[in-house]
Design a protein. Sequence first.
Length: 91
Amino acid sequence: MITLITYDITEPKRLVKLHKFLKEFGFNTQKSVFECDIDDEAVRRIRAYCRDNLDIARDSVRIYRICSACVNKVLVQGQGVKVSQLEYRII
């Protein structure tokens, strides 16, 4: 399922670590925004990482699941592609 992850991390070291971690799951489409095509297990891994590595009193991570009916309604203005537009093959 297409998933949008946004974050606001107050400490630069934690910010860099989270950014590197999220690269495993999707594309950094804007500052502090990742678009991912991931399953429930990946969401659990991301939530566990956030729970274990972030300061929940100061940091914020939001995970938005975009249903298949809504993904075609996503609009992109300017540069960039929607994750649903990407073609890839698992070899």
